[in-house]
Design a protein around this ligand. Structure first.
Ligand code: 5GP
Length: 206
């Protein structure tokens, strides 16, 4: 998928604050930045909206999308499937936009293999104790589900070293600044800026 846009993968344990970071980063990027809306088989939570937070589908619909090659990547997380529809990502990258994928580590690994120029950022909590506090405070999960998520978090943290960047979300504003700095620097990389250099070289002063 060669293009002039920038593909950003953001992974991190549930409760690491990556959703909040992403929404602040999108605010700052304005119409330069887009979040890919994933497809999932998990049930919709309280305030979530179909087509905005996720495309909520049945396992059969999900399988059809995979079989028809409509997914950039997909993975099983807990009892559910999650995947990135490829069409919108391709379209936005072709327009030179920055596209953010909020995906778990298996998906991150698949994207790394498929699109080596993607920039991968791992968001980590300051500690596992803090992660547990945040999950309890969020109040969307049962104690059992929280314990399962904490176990998954420990396995996910083992994958942090495979990412290009690690951002510790201790103070939210700092973490948002870190992600924006990574995006800014990545956009200045020569591969993306080469067309700008061509423009400069072709520009003749009159
Ligand atoms: P949640 O159920 O809390 O919304 O998401 C659970 C996990 O699935 C999160 O780590 C989230 O980043 C991940 N996830 C969401 N969409 C996708 C996707 O399209 N692909 C993959 N691989 N993971 C996803």
């Amino acid at each position: 998928m060669r293009n002039e846009g920038l593909l950003i993968v953001l992974s991190g344990p549930s409760g690491s604050g990556k959703d909040t970071i992403i929404s602040r980063v999108l605010d700052a990027l304005g119409d330069e930045g887009f979040l890919s809306v994933s497809m999932t088989t998990r049930p919709r939570r309280g305030t979530e909206v179909d087509g905005v937070d996720y495309y909520f589908v049945t396992p059969e619909q999900f399988r059809e999308n995979v079989e028809n090659d409509l997914m950039l990547e997909y993975a099983q997380y807990g009892a559910n499937f999650y995947g990135t529809p490829v069409g919108p990502v391709r379209h936005l990258l072709a327009q030179g936009k920055t596209v953010i994928l909020n995906i778990e580590v298996q998906g991150g690994k698949n994207v790394r293999r498929l699109i080596p120029e993607a920039i991968e950022i791992f968001v980590a909590p300051p500690s596992l104790q803090e992660l547990e506090r945040r999950l309890i405070k969020r109040g969307t999960e049962t104690r059992d589900a929280i314990d399962r998520r904490l176990l998954i978090a420990q396995a996910e943290l083992q994958c942090a070293a495979d990412y290009d960047y690690i951002v510790i979300n201790d103070v939210l504003e700092d973490a948002v600044d870190d992600v924006l700095a990574i995006i800014r620097a990545s956009r200045l990389k020569s591969e993306l800026s080469i067309s700008r250099i061509r423009e400069v070289m072709n520009h003749v002063e009159s």
